[in-house]
Design a protein around this ligand. Structure first.
Ligand code: ZN
Length: 458
């Protein structure tokens, strides 16, 4: 069966031209830093020249800062460009997209928002192919060979709402030898079942939301259980703190490979087998870390992460403030790869919600539910707070065009309430608060899911 899967996989990669992209990235990871810089400058120049020709938003901006003169891009002016953020993307959506969309392959992507601000962007199919290729590279770093048994501790609202996934999704999981455990259904009984599934299936690799892996490991520890040790664990979606890493590595007796991505700019950085930081996928994205005054932060200095993804011609995002903070290590990795290292990424502050029975609901459920499933643009910003086991408050900042959200979106709000109660206990109340702004916490961090109660011991 493994041989059949591998043949099918090779055919798929070849038919999409992915083998060539993967081979190019495989070679580029070992290039010296000067060569990587050269590749980045070429790709950035090409993207900016395209944006100047096809995106009205950038045409005006580039002219103002003198970035493009007589058809040539002056990269020296790049750092003079104003930053792009989510409110600007919403405001200038039509002017940011390429006027040449008809000749490109593209698709919409809606994100729950890495900082509680939902967003819709357009992805270019060309970039999507590169993302798929760089994921293959990261799999190689984690010693994952196609056909290996994998297990995902990942959210699935379809499973939650409809009881099962579509046939095509189940077929894909079968062909990729992947078992899914729904991270949105982590009651104590389910977590006990998950332990049995992992111990009987003995997957070679496990990937999951950082929060869910951590909470699952705490459950295993608290219950005094033993769990199969896989070859690698990939942590995704959410900040992996040193405490979380230690707990996961202790329980699974294996190393964690952290990763950094978002729905609007995927696959931004990955940890390699040397575990000395996260390598930015330099051939696919230009990453800046800036001080509050806009100057470049030095290695070791915390700053704001600003990204310019290459190949996204359908809707170029130039100097995009993703909403996270990061630190360059400034040191080469002992693995020998030249893609620069992020020491850490922080800023996305989310917390799990806890049920009275010891169950856990990850922040990703609320982010996806509020930001994607039930939002078609009317929610600009949100925050979900667990005040107690019996009360959850959803704060919403609505679009300017919405004057009476409780009336205009009564059905959506009712659906939201029902779907929150579906994962929490049924006697839990859900209140809505419509506010003008959601301020940062006293510490300067923005919690978009926050639990004010302590976890019940298992
Ligand atoms: Zn490395």
């Amino acid at each position: 069966m493994i041989a059949f899967r591998r043949v099918l996989h090779a055919f798929y990669k070849k038919s999409k031209g992915l083998s060539l992209l993967t081979a190019e990235l495989r070679r580029q990871q070992w290039l010296p830093p000067e060569s990587i810089q050269e590749i980045q400058e070429q790709r950035l120049t090409h993207l900016l020249a395209y944006a100047a020709d096809y995106c009205p938003y950038y045409q005006d901006l580039f002219f103002q800062v003198g970035l493009v003169r007589d058809g040539s891009v002056c990269l020296e002016r790049f750092s003079d460009l104003p930053l792009l953020d989510k409110p600007l993307i919403r405001e200038h959506f039509d002017r940011l997209k390429s006027t040449d969309l008809a000749s490109r392959r593209w698709f919409f992507k809606t994100t729950g928002g890495s900082t509680g601000q939902p967003l819709k962007v357009i992805h270019d199919a060309e970039r999507a192919r590169w993302i798929e290729a760089v994921r293959d590279i990261h799999n190689e770093w984690c010693s994952i060979v196609f056909g290996d048994s994998k297990l995902r501790l990942w959210g699935s609202e379809r499973d939650l709402f409809f009881g099962r996934e579509p046939a095509l999704v189940r077929l894909n999981r079968y062909l990729t030898n992947t078992t899914w455990l729904n991270a949105f259904r982590m009651t104590p009984e389910r977590m006990r079942e998950y332990v049995d599934i992992i111990n009987s299936g003995r997957p070679r690799h496990i990937k999951g939301y950082a929060h869910c892996l951590f909470e699952f490991c705490r459950y295993v520890s608290d219950m005094g259980l033993n769990v199969h040790s896989p070859t690698s664990i990939i942590s995704a979606a959410g900040t992996l703190t040193p405490l979380m890493r230690k707990e996961i590595e202790t329980v699974f007796q294996t190393k964690v490979f952290d990763s950094y991505g978002s729905r609007e700019i995927q696959a931004m950085a990955f940890e390699c087998e040397a575990h000395q930081g996260l390598h930015v996928t330099a051939p696919l994205v230009y990453c800046e870390i800036l001080r509050p005054d806009g100057t470049t932060a030095q290695p070791g200095e915390l700053g704001e992460i600003v990204l310019t993804p290459f190949f996204n011609y359908a809707m170029p995002l130039v100097r995009y403030r993703i909403g996270d903070m990061g630190i360059w290590t400034g040191k080469p990795c002992s693995c020998g790869r030249s893609w620069p290292l992020l020491a850490e990424v922080s800023g996305r502050v989310t917390e799990c919600f806890y049920r009275k029975d010891g169950g856990v609901v990850p922040p990703e459920y609320f982010i996806h539910l509020v930001g994607v499933v039930l939002n078609d643009g009317w929610i600009e910003k949100f925050q979900v707070i667990q005040n107690s086991h019996d009360l959850i408050t959803v704060k919403l900042v609505c679009d300017d065009t919405v004057s009476n959200p409780a009336g205009e979106y009564a059905n959506r709000l009712s659906e939201l309430r029902d779907k929150i109660k579906l994962v929490m206990e049924s006697d839990c109340s859900v209140d809505f608060a419509f506010v003008e702004e959601i301020p940062e916490s006293v510490s300067g961090k923005y919690f978009y899911t926050q639990s004010l109660i302590t976890r019940a011991s298992a």
